[in-house]
Design a protein around this ligand. Structure first.
Ligand SMILES: [Zn+2]
Length: 84
């Protein structure tokens, strides 16, 4: 019997907020990206074992690491500042 296991990384944009970028100093849209690495067995993703959050500037492409709390905060911020 043999087991084929590995990992698979995926990322998705979970939020977009606008603020002045720390790199380029421009008021630009900042994408909040969730990056997760999943454990796979026979190429089937089973469970995530590592999740990280990034902030990426759409103007200059500069990225900053975010904590899970900061990512959550950005979602709350977007909810209270959205124009509906
Ligand atoms: Zn920037």
């Amino acid at each position: 019997m043999f087991l084929l296991f590995g990992t698979r990384a995926s990322q998705s944009v979970i939020n977009v907020v606008s603020f002045v970028c720390g790199y380029c100093g421009t008021l630009a849209e900042q994408r909040v990206i969730k990056r997760s690495t999943k454990f796979t067995l026979f190429f089937v993703p089973l469970f995530p074992f590592s999740t990280s959050y990034l902030n990426s500037c759409t103007h200059c492409g500069g990225t900053t690491k975010l904590t899970a709390a900061q990512a959550r905060h950005s979602l709350e911020w977007a909810r209270t500042h959205s124009v509906n």
